[in-house]
Design a protein around this ligand. Structure first.
Ligand SMILES: [Fe+2]
Length: 236
């Protein structure tokens, strides 16, 4: 009989036929759950874009919504590559995270930067969930020898990490400080279009990570979010 250590080694090496069969089933279940989660994310990103106050945050959500549609199609390729039918599973986590994002909208004033700050936090929670999910299935695909599936899933994992970084850059560039000033303002969280016109766009980082001006700042921004890319900008 195999020792515990041998069983663990076989499990991660995918050499134990019985264990590998279990891993195959686990991999398929995880894929179906991510497929469901990504479809929910497409809808949620549209809602978050519609609710956003600034063009910068809205565009970030819309860009990632397009990317997420591609990720759904990529998952269908993964299903095909391992010879199983495309099927949606379930994911209580994404359901809860989407509910949290909707609660941000209902608890903040339309047109406020506090809403954008809240939406970025909610968006990053979703990205972190996706990063954890894709990291797991990439490892499972590698262990199981599904080379093409691992390559496709790694591509999406990289996109999710990048989406998270973009939200961090956005948050650091303007939402944090502006939301704080709204809290200090006796007029509470409402912010009108005149305020937006007066906003200094020169300091704003666009969703692609570049600034509207001052290209010299780009390098420090990059190094800044590289060192903090595992957390939310609002947790600093
Ligand atoms: Fe995502």
């Amino acid at each position: 009989m195999a020792t515990f250590g041998e069983r663990i080694a076989n499990f991660f090496g995918g050499n134990d036929l019985e264990t590998q069969e279990g891993l195959r089933g686990l991999f398929a279940t995880e894929l179906k759950d991510i497929y469901y989660a990504e479809k929910q994310a497409v809808d949620a990103l549209g809602e978050q874009a519609d609710a956003s106050t600034t063009d910068e945050v809205r565009n970030a959500f819309l860009q990632h919504q397009d990317e997420t549609r591609n990720q759904v199609a990529r998952l269908e390729q993964v299903f095909s590559s391992i010879g199983i039918d495309v099927e949606e599973g379930s994911c209580d986590a994404i359901d809860g995270l989407v509910d949290d994002a909707q609660r941000v909208v209902s608890n903040t004033d339309s047109g406020s930067l506090t809403r954008d700050a809240g939406l970025i936090i909610a968006g990053q929670k979703i990205e972190h969930h996706e990063i954890a999910s894709y990291g797991s299935v990439v490892t499972l695909a590698q262990v199981l020898g599904y080379t093409e599936a691992a390559r496709l899933l790694q591509q999406t994992l990289d996109e999710e990490k990048n989406a998270d970084k973009k939200l961090t850059v956005l948050a650091e560039s303007f939402v944090n400080s502006r939301a704080a000033s709204e809290r200090d303002d006796d007029n509470d969280t409402y912010r009108n279009d005149t305020d937006r016109d007066e906003f200094d766009r020169q300091s704003v980082v666009k969703p692609d990570g570049t600034r509207y001006s001052d290209s010299s700042v780009g390098g420090s921004t990059e190094s800044g979010y590289t060192s903090r890319n595992e957390g939310s900008a609002f947790g600093l």
